[in-house]
Design a protein around this ligand. Sequence first.
Ligand SMILES: [Zn+2]
Length: 303
Amino acid sequence: MIKSKTLIEQVNEFYINKTTKIYAINEYYENLLNKNNNYINLLNEIGSLKFEIAKLEYEGKSEDNGLNTKLENLELEKYNIIKNSGYFDAVNSVIECKICKDKGVVNSKRCKCYNKRLTDVSLKYLGVTKRQNCSFIDANAKEIEKQKLLLSKYANNFPKVNIQNFVLVGNVGTGKTFLSRCVYSEILQKGYNAIFLTATELNNVFLKMHLGEVDRTVITDILLGCDFLVIDDLGTEPKYNNVTVEFLLSLISDRLDKNKPFIITTNLSLSEIKDRYNERLVSRLSGEKTAILPFKNKDLRIK
Ligand SMILES: [Zn+2]
């Protein structure tokens, strides 16, 4: 079995390394600047000026000797010395994300760059390539206008959505996969950790899990932990005993219980899903959190 660090640990390691690098740069330039007499004198001058201003404020006297202007000028001088030392350039050459400054966290939430890294390592672990971006702008067939409206609103409002999950049901070529990829692309671009798998790819992952070829906890982290999951073309995958039905039902049930949104596309009707998988799966997909969205139009690929 492939032993693996959890993916979170892998991603966290990146940020720990960055922090260490930035810390080393800070230390180097601090030492450098502390040897600069102009800089040290400036720090002292700024310190005593601040003290003077605070004292005046404390005594309730208004500051009328231009001390604040003097302070501003000294701060500017200090800034220029730091800039000329090369400190900012050194730090900026290391920092990749301008939003979180490579901390991985913004306002105590994961930064977009963190989720992007998590998605990338997840896909790598699953052995799946990243899907190309699709845009709702290109979904201009009149036949799927209603579905497009509903799903683009869903992607737009994500994760604050009324209906949490969708099952897109209809024949081949009716635009289900395309629209689900549009939703997936938009959610990814918003900075969420989103995974798009065909049912066959997912089924292969289930099989590897069953055979112990991949770390079960890592796979569970990916499939259950991701903010949004697409399972494309359910019903086209081969059916393995004790694997396909069981793992799928468990994944869907767990995501429903944890309020983790997903979209499934399928050529099967609900009764065909019942026949191929089981009644339990259909019953779980028929709950109030999930909407069945039919695609009844003709094949859009035939022009
Ligand atoms: Zn970031």
